[in-house]
Ligand binder design. Structure first.
Ligand SMILES: Nc1ncnc2c1ncn2[C@@H]1O[C@H](COP(=O)(O)OP(=O)(O)OP(=O)(O)O)[C@@H](O)[C@H]1O
Length: 708
């Protein structure tokens, strides 16, 4: 019997697999057991085996028709982690334009409840009732505007607790996967990042294979994640987080967009993970009756109030006790939703009040003290002040950790998560910052290799425009009678550098934001290594594109004079392009997609004005500072100086031309007010702008990733 890397066996299960008819002939026989000897029954599907134990629990074992002899496919058991929350409120502030002031709106109105280990809990409610908001708060994904108490095994969690993040993972609705990585590559990269390098590659490989097998993805190892079905993507999202085997899983609408069979597979999987001792909480929309019954516990919200909480099987009796009887053959989930929106003339307030009363009765029963529920308190008036210190104290007593419960030190970063998973965390540490950078770089290179079309288009576009410009302004470089034509070529070159540099990256963080948020929130890596890995890919790509343009166009336009002038021209082109790129990162990280693609070019135009034909002395005094901070101007003056400055000798004046005004290039420099270009100063300015923009981008990303 094999087991996960270094882990003790915790429960028995066995699987015997031979190829199914659907997958190439033969037959499938399976024995999967969460509770051995319970008399399971099985039904064989095309690519999964449905298993039920004697309690009717549906334990689906996924695979695609290939079996292995007697193996354990359980994750190591985790110490239980229970979550309780009390008087959770969420308020948003919005600016009312008509009243010209900020207004507050409370979205969640003092929710109470608890989610226990070993249970699969559904958060349900009508659209807009606050399900995702509650999940976000419990997962600690949102903390701004939140008040109330969230406890983990009886201890206050606090906000932005790193220890809690080590215990939990949050899988959001959209499967933010990297479409160009294969399943194996995605898993392998996540494993290296999460488990570091203190366990062997073989051990990691074994772990990956087992997780993929458990989740029915073992046949999809070489499939790009972009080519997976919706259900497979969802399972891969879970698989990626199961690498660190967290005891708490939060999932936002894991079944949205899946067909009924994929929904059943997904919920069966979650149920089985819960049965292994995890606390699994997910939001869900109108499940079928079959799916609904698979949940252990239900937490229903309507308009930010708790409408029902408790075991799923007690929902119908609870509603019945209030006079709302579920018709025969009616899906209880549908009935509950209908009551929650006031259908059948239901008094929603009455149900909310009864749910609150039930909660307090259960709480007081549990701690053997008098309930503190005041029948006269209106639900809407129940607030933090009314939740007296005594009540909070009682809640602490109720959840005092004991027995085999994990005693979390939520203030001490790093302790809880390590203790939770001894089979992994005792021997492993997440990858170091340097390794994170190298792994992310490797992952980006893999994606670039798969998605080379975009890179090819960028290179091709630069070569094409260079050739076009080269022939439009062919041979103008050395001629005194074509100085203005060359001036336009040089200006066009700078525009090309700036626009391609900026626009190629202005959306890069926007497009990555979902994956970045998920991976960063679930502690795969830090922002620093991620940002550095992006730069290390994007800067060389932009340099390569720019160099292609520079080399082709510079030679075709006859600007090549000396190697020194060429190198300076190339240097300022690259500097201008990289600073525009840095601006692109910053604008893209700061603004929404629609604003970024609009504001990016506007900024480029604005700064370009201070280079082209604009003499410093002509600028209105209050805008002179813009001349000083314009990276476009600094780079453009740099390339002009490389062409006509630095004591360049007289230009060619063709014999057919009677008079060449700019035969001496100094005259041209004087006319353009650029006879004293300080090349070093310009480079320092551009370098400072690049660094400032990088710092600004990291700060904005950090803020977006950490402050919600
Ligand atoms: N940051 C916010 N600013 C303004 N309103 C918000 C904010 N967050 C949530 N809301 C509002 O709170 C309510 C609850 O939102 P939430 O996303 O939690 O609903 P939900 O029950 O998950 O809905 P659905 O099932 O449609 O996803 C909605 O009316 C939403 O507009």
């Amino acid at each position: 019997m094999s087991q996960l890397v270094g882990s003790p066996m915790t429960s028995a299960s066995a699987t015997v697999v031979v190829p199914t008819a659907a997958s190439g002939g033969g037959s499938t026989a399976s024995a999967f057991s969460c509770c051995p000897g319970n008399g399971e029954s099985s039904s064989i599907g095309e690519d999964s085996i449905e298993m039920s134990d004697s309690q009717g629990n549906n334990n689906t074992m996924y695979h695609n028709g290939y079996l292995e002899a007697t193996q354990d496919y359980h994750f190591p058991k985790r110490p239980p982690v229970d979550i309780a929350f009390r008087d959770v409120r969420y308020t948003v502030k919005r600016f009312n334009l008509a009243k010209a002031k900020f207004e507050s709106k409370e979205i969640l109105h003092g929710l109470n409840g608890s989610f226990n280990s070993g249970e699969l809990t559904a958060i349900m409610g009508p659209s807009g009732s606050g399900k995702s908001t509650l999940l976000n708060i419990l997962a600690d994904y949102v903390s701004a505007g939140v008040t109330g108490l969230v406890q983990v095994n009886g201890k206050s969690r606090g906000q932005n607790s790193q220890s809690f993040k080590k215990l939990s993972c949050y899988i959001q609705q959209h499967d933010a996967l990297r479409p160009f990585l294969t399943v194996n590559e995605a898993m392998s990269c996540a494993t290296h990042l999460k488990l570091g390098f203190s366990i062997t590659r073989e051990e990691k490989q074994k772990l990956i294979q087992k997780i993929l097998f458990m989740l029915g993805l073992e046949q999809k190892g070489n499939t790009p994640t972009g080519g997976l079905s919706g259900g497979q993507k969802k399972r891969l999202s879970i698989a990626l987080e199961m690498i660190s085997n967290p005891p708490i899983l939060f999932l936002d609408e894991p079944t949205t967009g899946l067909d009924s069979s994929s929904c059943t597979q997904c919920i069966s999987l979650l149920k089985r993970l819960a049965q292994e001792g995890r606390t699994i909480v997910c939001t869900i929309h109108t499940p079928s009756a079959l799916l609904f019954e698979m949940f252990d516990r239900l937490y229903t919200i309507t308009s930010g109030h708790c409408f029902y909480q408790g075991p799923v099987r007690e929902l119908v009796p609870f509603l019945g006790s209030l006079g709302y009887n579920c018709p025969s053959y009616h899906n209880p989930a549908d009935f509950m939703m209908e009551i929650a929106v006031g259908e059948y003339g239901a008094d929603v307030g009455k149900v909310i009040k009864a749910a609150l009363k039930k909660y307090y009765e259960m709480s007081s029963e549990c701690i053997k003290l008098d309930p503190i529920f005041d029948d006269n308190v209106k639900i809407t008036e129940y607030n933090a002040e009314k939740a007296s210190a005594k009540e909070l104290e009682l809640l602490q007593l109720k959840d005092t950790p004991g027995g085999d419960k994990l005693n979390l030190d939520l203030d001490g970063v790093g302790k809880a998560g390590d203790a939770l998973c001894p089979e992994i965390h005792d021997t492993t540490r997440p990858a170091s910052l340097v390794m994170q950078f190298l792994l992310l770089l490797y992952r980006s290179l893999l994606q670039l290799r798969r998605n080379y079309f975009l890179l090819f288009v960028r290179l091709f576009a630069h070569a094409s425009v260079a050739t076009l410009f080269g022939y439009i302004y062919q041979g103008v470089g050395p001629n005194a009678n074509q100085v203005l034509a060359n001036y336009v070529y040089l200006y066009g070159s700078m525009l090309m550098m700036v626009y391609t540099g900026k626009m190629a990256v202005v959306l890069s963080f926007q497009l990555e934001m979902e994956s970045l948020t998920r991976e960063h929130f679930n502690r795969w890596y830090k922002l620093g290594p991620y940002f550095l890995s992006v730069l290390v890919i994007e800067i060389p790509v932009q340099i390569a594109c720019s160099l292609i343009y520079v080399v082709i166009s510079y030679h075709l336009t006859g600007n090549y004079h000396t190697m020194e002038r060429f190198l300076l021209f190339a240097l300022f082109c690259l500097a201008g392009s990289i600073s525009a790129q840095a601006w692109g990162f910053f604008v893209g990280a700061t603004l929404s997609v629609k604003l970024a693609v609009f504001v990016g070019p506007i900024l480029a135009v604005l700064f370009s004005v201070f280079g082209f034909c604009t003499r410093y002395s002509d600028i209105t005094p209050i805008f002179k500072w813009m001349w000083h901070i314009s990276y476009f101007r600094a780079a453009f003056h740099g390339i002009l100086n490389s062409a006509y400055g630095m004591n360049r000798e007289d230009l060619n004046c063709p014999e057919t031309t009677i008079y060449c005004h700019f035969k001496n290039p100094v005259l041209f420099q004087k006319d353009m007010d650029i006879e004293h270009v300080d090349m070093e100063q310009n480079l320092v300015l551009i370098g400072s702008i690049i660094i400032t923009m990088y710092i600004g981008t990291v700060f904005v990303l950090w803020y977006k990733l950490n402050k919600r």
